[in-house]
Ligand binder design. Structure first.
Ligand code: SF4
Length: 407
């Protein structure tokens, strides 16, 4: 199995593994808002409850990120437990996935916001809740202000604030992946009471929309909030006049351009996929002939530069030899044009679908010619086809000579 095929096979299996583990996570109906689901737009929070079907299918990449996040959380918690013994005063880690809930302020029987907390750090009588976060959006964040400035990282602050409200605690900790020692960011409820109250109120409104048929909150006043929103174009159609509106043109050149872009999208993907396949074959080789097409290679600053030409190659020939220089070969070297004998890497092409027969088959040319020419293979030295005289001397058949275009 080629390196590429093996990589594709294993990647597909990994994707299936991640999808199977996580996919169920965020789907389905919800009776109320989850603490981890804070959104910039209150309407989106209400629509999360009313239209869960709007949510995008979770792909393998998202599943993998969630799985790495879960594993990071377990690892950090274990480290915290062990680190407690080194602290003065000592601390311990307690409570895992402890539930909390917030009720509607006008109807204490109605739950509007729930969540599970990762744990608490206890020092004597004080227990401080913490939440562990990992992901690209948290990198470089060292303060609550940093977290609130990021669209995705901000939700972690609101999540912890909801815990503090629900548990009536003054302070929590966000434990954030920094790439090395995690960063611990304290979050004080008093400093962010307005944000905490706004999240609670938005969860109450979402519950009223879901269970009482209340009107949806207004569209977000900021069109940027709609970018990436699951509900946009489904259960929500925000008015365009929030922004400058679309730029409209019927310029025939641009219409032709966009039609070309759309029409060649699939072909471009196919091109990229097949080119990867060719590159993996040709990397490190100076010359490869595939059917009647020529691929030449040379070292470049970025590795190995390949150039493809349509012909002239071994059009009728079913095989290719690319070479690297070696010392002079005594017995038959003078029969090759150009003089210098070479070692050969042999690659076969059959019925338009190439496969590696020998990957860098480092054998003396004598062996190649005697064994392979009998099967009608063409041997190349640099860019030149081997002479018919040389082929004859090495025992190639008449049929091969005419097939390969020898004189
Ligand atoms: S599309 Fe915009 S206005 Fe509508 S729910 Fe999403 S963020 Fe809010």
């Amino acid at each position: 199995m080629s390196d590429n095929r093996l990589a594709e096979l294993v990647t597909a299996a990994l994707e299936a593994e991640f999808l199977d583990e996580i996919r169920f996570g965020s789907g389905g109906e919800r009776p109320h808002t989850w603490a981890s689901q804070w959104k910039l737009c209150g309407r989106a929070m209400a629509l999360d409850l009313l239209h869960p079907e709007d949510r995008r299918e979770v792909d393998a990449g998202a599943c993998a990120r969630m799985a790495w996040g879960n594993e990071f959380e377990i690892g950090v918690r274990t480290r915290l437990e062990r680190a407690g013994r080194r602290s003065d005063p000592r601390f311990c880690v307690e409570g895992s996935q402890e539930h909390f809930r917030l009720h509607h302020r006008d109807d204490p029987s109605r739950v509007v916001l729930t969540g599970k907390i990762d744990g608490k750090i206890r020092i004597e009588r004080d227990a401080t809740p913490f939440e562990i976060k990992r992901g690209q959006s948290y990198r470089g964040c060292r303060t609550v202000a940093d977290l609130l400035a990021g669209r995705w990282s901000a939700s972690s602050v609101y999540q912890l604030l909801a815990y503090l409200l629900g548990m009536e605690l003054p302070e929590g900790l966000l434990v954030v992946d920094s790439g090395d020692v995690p960063t611990l960011i304290p979050v004080l409820l008093d400093d962010h009471l307005d944000e905490a109250e706004a999240f609670w109120a938005a969860a109450e409104t979402a519950s009223e929309c879901k269970h009482d048929g209340a009107d949806l909150p207004d569209f977000s006043p900021n069109p940027e909030h709609c970018t990436g929103c699951d509900h946009r174009g489904k259960s929500c159609s925000p008015p365009w006049h929030n922004g400058e509106g679309p730029y409209i043109t019927n310029d025939p050149d641009l219409v032709a351009s966009i039609e070309t872009v759309i029409g060649t999208k699939a072909a471009a993907k196919e091109h990229a996929r097949e080119w990867e396949r060719i590159k993996s074959l040709c990397r490190g080789k100076e010359l490869v002939l595939i059917g009647s097409n020529t691929v030449t290679g040379k070292p470049s600053a970025r590795g190995w530069k390949l150039t493809v030409e349509s012909g002239p190659g071994a059009a009728a020939a079913p095989a290719v030899v690319a070479t690297t220089p070696q010392k002079d070969r005594k017995s038959t070297g003078d029969s090759l044009p150009g003089g210098e004998a070479r070692r050969a890497a042999v690659v076969a092409v059959e019925d338009g679908d190439f496969e590696k027969v020998h990957d860098i088959m480092e054998v003396e040319e004598d062996e190649i010619h005697l064994e392979e020419l009998a099967h009608g293979w063409v041997v190349m030295k640099g860019r030149q086809r081997m002479t018919a005289g040389y082929a004859t001397m090495m025992g190639a058949s008449e049929a091969w000579q005419s097939q390969s275009g020898g004189p």
